[in-house]
Design a protein around this ligand. Sequence first.
Ligand code: NAD
Length: 464
Amino acid sequence: MANGDAHHIEVLNPATLSVVEQVPTQSAADLDATLRTASTAREEWLRVPQRSVYLEAVSELIAAETESIAQVLTAEQGKPLTQARLEVGVAARAFAYYAGQRLAPEVLHDDERRRVERHFHPLGVAGLITAWNFPVALLAWKAAPALLAGNAVIIKPAPTTPLSALRLQGLLDKVFPQGLVQTLVGGNDLGEAIVTHPGIGKISFTGSTQTGRAIMAGSAPYLKRLTLELGGNDPAVLLPDADLAAAVSGIAAVAFRNAGQVCIAPKRVYVPRDLHDEVVDRFVDHLRGQRVGDGADEQTTIGPVQNAAQATRLTRLRESVAADGGLLHAGASGPGDLPGYFVQPAVVTGLDESAELVREEQFGPLLPVLAYDDVDAVVRSANRTEFGLGASVWSRDLDAAVAVADRLDAGTRWVNQHGPAELDIPFGGVKQSGLGSELGREGLLAFTESRITNIKKQSDRTTP
Ligand code: NAD
């Protein structure tokens, strides 16, 4: 949990541990008033003839404020500024992408006897609960389709990263009817209150699988509509003919991005035994080119992890490596004497499937590399997890790679790449990595419910 008192959150800079800002919090007691304002604003919103124009305007405002939002994002989240700027760009493009989507009724059947239409109705007020790893992009991925579909939204950012969300709220207020979008800052208890409030019909959540389960249980009495984007433990499988340089740079770019705090990062790498040492050397070479430090320093390529709990968890996982018979191979420079939540990035060898770092989602810059002898066994290993978010297969032979990818239990199977999530492609997990999808048209439909209008044009006595 974040620091502060009952009515404030103290947002810390994870690189320096200095206080960035004290933010007032809201509580469950504020929710009724929030919902009243949201419902009034939504009536106005539904009368707007072209909602997409508003989303376009938001996209432009965010793009124009890229630098200032990126600075806030880096200060509270820790990621290097270059990555923060890219994230803000993703948010701007998400609003532009959804501005281009339409929700016209579909005609399912039309002849001289009857016409059947499918209409897409908004769900009312949607609760958007986000994690701290991509506070700006996740918010936009949810808010843009929710608003285009005609909903009002209540946003609850993670308690350790509320500032960038509040910056976005300031921009959204310039465009949308007052109260249509409201950001409430608070801890997990506020999230719980949103989930269990009967006035909120939809919850779109990004965070851990454990919290996803609690949200499902909490919203069950109301049968709320849910989109859950949860944890992952993505395998990356190198086939014997993989282009090793491309595979290592492609995997490392995501595995160490945002200090490894990426839901779709490769989190275990499977390599043919005879290529293992060469692959590990290449990863270490990659790390030698990295500099760990304060994200605000333009030279930094890997920042701190975001919060104290995450740092503690990674320290424990780091210690588990030796206990499980593994070896850490580091290589990056920095962070000097900065006091923040730094975790030295490393590739890890010598572990097997039973090791904690292989079984659990590390969500940090520690990447296990495992040697394999047999592709069938590797497919079994890759699938031996409750998670199923992403997976990648690397090979010069696309048919061979696709054949292996088809056997992997994951919402997205990449070939010769691992990520990114793309605005126009539905993104979601299978197994316990999630429920439903966001992004793409599905991400828009997730904020609607389908209503059928079935019209009989002339009497037909044969039909009961
Ligand atoms: P978390 O589940 O602890 O918290 C996420 C959000 O949920 C926060 O805003 C938190 O305050 C709120 N929350 C916590 N308990 C709640 C409850 N009982 N009811 C309602 N809200 C509650 O997750 P985290 O540790 O902040 O994020 C890390 C996890 O998120 C990782 O597992 C990662 O893989 C996952 N993640 C998934 C995706 C995806 O798209 N699949 C993307 C990013 C992160």
